[in-house]
Write a protein that binds this ligand. Structure first.
Ligand code: SF4
Length: 373
């Protein structure tokens, strides 16, 4: 378990005999933790954004919001969170939901592994913890998809445990407060543990994240409005934008992907059917549907190129180069079966599938061509 403030607290040597315990002086920090806490929480109490997941501290709701907020902006998350809570209002409803419905509710948020892990995690919580999320960070971390950050966030926000929760925003704020060019994970954990408010750990962690999201932004931080501006070492040194130093990034390769929207029965009396394939449930975009890549078509089939669709994934950039190909109703179409099950669906049914954002754009382009005739 991370150290509580009490464990980290040291008395100043000169006054070690005094009866009243003085606020800790920690050389890492430019001010006593209590002063930093008070200033940050007072600012948060005045300026906290009224976000839907702040309405209560129900552990399931906190968990879902924290997972959605990973790598995703608050404004993007709000409508997804509200729709999710209508669709899966309790951990039980999520544990019972088919994966397809879970992925559909996540469609467009990206990093779909998070959604699959939430559903898997809900079932683990039901089996192992009687349907109630545990309060202990060690127990929380045994749940699929719950790492150090999420465990700390849930423990502090939902259960009032004085645990640190270090995300990218917190890393930036602490690096600047202490003017650390390259904060290590251990340093960040220790510093956040020392700072976290024992009385209001959840509010404190949210306040710290919000400071990074709203004022202590990567570029041009609004130091004039910051509750820590009087103490901030990076501000004093003028090094804010150089803290923390950017990591060396590996070049992101470009991958070109030729895919085919095969349309059967278009221009005939029957409704057209589109060929889609479900990706394997593990790995990138697992469990979502797509237009297949390797397709053996009848020799006479001619393709109409659709506009390329570009997307940046974590480790590569993708350029999809789709083509629309019409085939006769009984035509033989062979697809790499090992890559996942295929299905012929009407355009309306295709639109209801859980599709990654790139595949939805390809579908829209294909439907525009089909509508034109
Ligand atoms: S003073 Fe500026 S750099 Fe320092 S924590 Fe506040 S916003 Fe960030």
């Amino acid at each position: 378990m991370a150290g509580s403030e009490g464990e980290d607290r040291r008395k100043d040597g000169a006054d070690s005999g005094a009866d009243v315990e003085r606020p800790a002086r920690d050389r890492r920090l430019p001010a006593p933790p209590a002063d930093l806490r008070d200033a940050l929480l007072a600012h948060y109490d005045r300026h906290a954004r009224p976000l839907p997941w702040r309405a209560d501290t129900d552990p399931y709701r906190v968990w879902v919001s924290e997972v959605m907020l990973q790598q995703t902006r608050v404004e993007t998350v709000v409508p997804y969170y509200q729709a999710w809570m209508r669709r899966f209002p309790t951990l039980e409803t999520l544990a019972d939901a088919p994966e397809e419905a879970v992925l559909k509710a996540w469609e467009g948020l990206g990093y779909y592994r998070r959604a699959r892990n939430l559903a898997r995690g809900a079932r683990v919580v039901r089996e192992r913890f009687g349907g109630r999320l545990p309060a202990d960070v060690g127990d929380l971390r045994s749940i699929p998809g719950v790492g150090e950050y999420t465990a700390g966030a849930v423990a502090s926000i939902a259960f009032g445990r004085p645990e640190p929760a270090v995300d990218g925003n917190v890393r930036r704020v602490l690096a600047r407060l202490c003017d650390r060019p390259e904060p290590t994970a251990g340093w960040l954990r220790d510093t956040a543990s020392t700072l976290v408010c024992p009385e209001r750990p959840g509010d404190f962690n949210q306040a710290l994240m919000e400071l990074g999201a709203t004022l202590c932004t990567p570029r041009r931080p609004a130091c004039g409005d910051c509750p820590w501006s009087g103490w901030c070492r990076a501000r004093a040194a003028g090094t804010q934008e150089a803290r923390p130093l950017p990591g060396r990034r590996a070049p992101v390769p470009l991958r070109r992907i030729d895919c085919v929207v095969v349309v059967r029965g278009a221009n005939h009396r029957s409704a057209p059917r589109l060929l889609v394939r479900r990706r394997s449930t593990e790995g990138l975009l697992g469990g979502l549907w797509e237009f297949p890549e390797r397709v053996a078509l009848p020799g006479i089939a001619r393709g109409v190129p659709l506009d390329p669709v570009r997307h940046t994934f974590t480790h590569f950039r993708a350029e999809y180069r789709p083509a629309l190909v019409r085939v006769e109703p009984g035509a033989e179409v062979a697809v790499d079966a090992a890559a996942g099950p295929t299905r012929w669906v009407t355009p309306a049914a295709a639109a209801r599938l859980a599709l990654p954002v790139t595949q939805r754009r390809i579908l829209q382009a294909a439907l525009a061509v089909l509508t034109e005739g």
